[in-house]
Ligand binder design. Structure first.
Ligand SMILES: [Zn+2]
Length: 171
């Protein structure tokens, strides 16, 4: 079993089982590590699956209490922790003007290309943090940068990426 995996000490890499495209992890001007396309990725294609340990809401609360985490909300209850068994997609940085978007299909988090991606481009996705959680400053550098990774205040997003799950619970 994983012995306290430390994202800081491991050399990040991409698990080729979860993507059919070449990509590499290397330092990013946005934040720490980033993932870069090693070849052209056509619009609409699956870029990579975001994998990791599936954890409950309670465990999510416990693990999110740190400076660095790789937690991805799957639905109202489950979270994927990319720090444990992550495909490498957990190193894909946030951008307010991303070239990928996340799509949840039958419990799997897939990153799809929003447009054609050139070799050497950094892959990015909009993390869409809620506006009512602590603000995280954004340094994506996009012309349309919101300034924070959080979304601007607006009615609760209809979570259109989540399918087949009713969002009754709110906390
Ligand atoms: Zn930004």
């Amino acid at each position: 079993m994983p012995s306290s995996p430390s994202a800081q000490q491991q050399t990040p890499s991409i698990d080729p089982r979860h993507t059919r495209f070449k990509m590499v992890v290397r330092p990013s001007p946005i934040h720490r590590w980033g993932v870069y396309a090693g070849e052209r990725i056509p619009k609409g294609h699956k870029v990579i699956e975001y994998t990791g340990e599936r954890i409950s809401r309670r465990e999510t609360a416990r693990r999110s209490d740190g400076p660095l985490n790789y937690l991805f909300t799957l639905d109202d209850y489950w979270t994927i922790d990319g720090n444990v068994g992550g495909s490498g997609a957990q190193y894909i940085n946030h951008s307010c003007d991303p070239n990928c978007h996340a799509c949840i299909v039958r419990g799997h988090i897939l990153y799809l290309a929003l447009r054609d991606i050139r070799p050497g481009e950094e892959l990015t996705v909009d993390y869409r943090f809620d506006h009512n959680v602590p603000k995280v400053p954004c340094s994506c550098g996009a012309a349309a940068c919101r300034g924070t990774i959080n979304l601007k205040k607006e009615p609760r997003q209809p979570r259109k990426l989540t399918r087949g799950k009713k969002s009754k619970r709110t906390t």
